[in-house]
Design a protein around this ligand. Structure first.
Ligand SMILES: [Zn+2]
Length: 194
């Protein structure tokens, strides 16, 4: 991925190599060209790779979990009313419903598992998502919640609805950024609908 050519000459380093073996703890191989460089080096003196930038680009490829869990049992004011009217019975029903759904959001994808025994799984890659729509129906707004509707440009991919997640609006912004970054990393170009 990076230029391997144009290595600078190292001169007669045959006997110096033995010395560098002894002080090996001070050195490390360059992750790009494999030449031995100082452990504290910020830039490889052989291939000129900016090691900090290389490491951060590599880190971006690693998937990290952003949020994972069940939606809140009660995420709407109407549900609270239902719970009060049924003297708590509705809470049990809502709790089972909430336990049967698991959201998993990572830096690269969104997964939704449905069913108490995790049978159906929907998976959406962040870079395919075109629309991050935040909805605030009255009942949810009163309960301090909102709904995030994720839609991709591809009609065959599922559209996912996330709700009952604390600070979902902040999370939505984070997902938007991750989506753009993933898109750049994968070099996906799209036509933006107006
Ligand atoms: Zn190098």
């Amino acid at each position: 991925m990076l230029a391997f050519g144009a290595k600078p000459e190292r001169g007669s380093a045959t006997c110096e190599d033995d010395v560098s073996d002894i002080i090996a703890s001070d050195s490390k191989p360059c992750p790009v060209c494999g030449e031995t460089i100082k452990a504290a080096a910020l830039k490889c003196r052989f291939c000129n790779t900016d090691l900090a930038a290389y490491e951060s680009a590599r880190q971006a490829e690693v998937e990290h979990e952003v949020w994972s869990g069940h939606p809140a049992t009660v995420y709407s004011a109407w549900q609270w009313i239902l719970v009060i009217v049924t003297i708590g019975i509705a809470y049990l029903v809502l709790w089972i419903k909430s336990q049967s759904i698991t959201f998993r959001i990572t830096t690269q994808r969104v997964q939704v598992e449905r069913g108490l025994f995790s049978t159906i799984k929907d998976n959406l890659e962040l870079f395919t998502i075109e629309h991050f729509d935040v909805h605030k129906p009255l009942g949810m707004r009163l309960a301090g919640h909102c709904l995030l509707h994720l839609r991709s440009a591809d009609d065959t991919s599922p559209s996912l609805k996330l709700y009952g997640i604390p600070d979902l609006e902040v999370l939505a912004d984070q997902m938007r950024e991750n989506s753009l970054r993933e898109r750049t990393r994968r070099r996906v170009t799209t036509f933006i609908e107006t």
